[in-house]
Design a protein around this ligand. Sequence first.
Ligand code: UD1
Ligand code: CA
Length: 443
Amino acid sequence: MAAGQGTRMRSALPKVLHPVAGRPMVRHVVDAAREAGVTRCVVVVGHGAEQVRAALGGGVLYAEQPERLGTGDAVRRARAAADGVRRLLVLNGDAALVTGDMLRLLMDRHVSSGAALTLLTARVADPAGLGRVVRGPDGGVARVVEDPEAGDEARTLDEVNTGLYCFDAAWLWAHLPRLERSAGGEYYLTDLVGLAVAEGAPVQAVPAPGDFDPVGINDRVQLARAEAALRRRFCERLMRDGVTIIDPATTYVEAGVQAGRDTVIYPNTHLQGETRIGQGCHIGPNSVVRDSTVGDRCRIEASYVEGSTLEPDVLVGPFSHVRPGSYLESGVHLGNYAEVKNSRIGAGTQQHHFSYVGDAQVGRDVNIGAGTITCNYDGREKHRTVIGDRAFIGSDTMLIAPVRVGDGASTGAGSVVNRDVPADSLAVGVPARIRRKPPPEDP
Ligand code: UD1
Ligand code: CA
């Protein structure tokens, strides 16, 4: 169910699209359903339907809820798309902390008990705003009371409905039309619990495992709470895989991130998107690695790495920016205000100080001196720079692209290179003139 506006978010963005740990909250719910083995997933959309469809894409079916008439109405709208299904999971779109394991447990209990309706519950310190689970004298569930309807007694109950259910489909479709509108004008899906109990249909209320926080995200305070819980979960997954995280509270790991054994992550590090970090790396402090692949034994300190690949033993930082489309071969050292964009840098090349290399191909064992700039943009188009193996680029060299510097060539400090430099020659001056290299001195 993802049709609600989420008034309490006070946002132009539909609530279910607010990102939690880097993904729209409803995406976490869909992912958990898939993980639990759900093959046909129907998303009920309404408020901001186009945006929600665009965010979730074509892997799911959609049903429209024309008016926000409550969760009971939302489920009714999914009937056609869920046609022919015997059992259904019904999930709140704001239950970002749900996991596949939890849904499997819910389904297993539903199937083994033969219930018409099974709901997952949780005990919480502060149940305010949530539907309370009322149990009868025999301990069985009697009904769910929504917060606005809860009397003083129900308000003290600390077992709450998580908004995650499993239904016998025939029973569900037969009973949804019997829901009555609340005083606030909504059809509460949760009224089905009382309906089932009243007619003697079997109902199961399954407590969620562990310390599951059932926070359904309604406002930005709950958003931050869910964010912290997910972040902790992803950090713990890496730690169990053999990664040391010095301070999980200030380490921001998103769902798709992997890291190898004996990698150490220092505080204030953000690992985002599709990022894979190898073994024995040292990442952070104060670094962001996004959509990148990092080989074994790399070190990234106080730097940004985005959309790039680092082979093993690469050092980046402190204070460097590796921008999308870059490929750093093994043993490359970038540091102290080095920027690389859309470039391949050969093995063992060093680029240590205040420099920009963009749209370039740089060979092996090249030295890029302090202040080197590839002048890749002429105001209209981008041009490429090619630097050969073992070249020595003197400090403050301006490489006016398109330009090529041959293998073993050198450029003098402060040179402005606006034409190709042949292999093993020297370019000096402004604009640079080409000279033969002086022969190497006798040892
Ligand atoms: C709901 C439950 C409550 C439970 C809580 C758990 C009901 C009546 N109450 O309350 O028992 O404790 O979740 O977090 O179900 N939605 C629609 N169309 C609508 C209304 C809602 O699609 O007309 C969607 C929302 O987008 C949201 C989900 O259903 O993803 C839940 O709605 P929400 O308004 O957040 O329900 P709660 O008041 O939190
Ligand atoms: Ca909610």
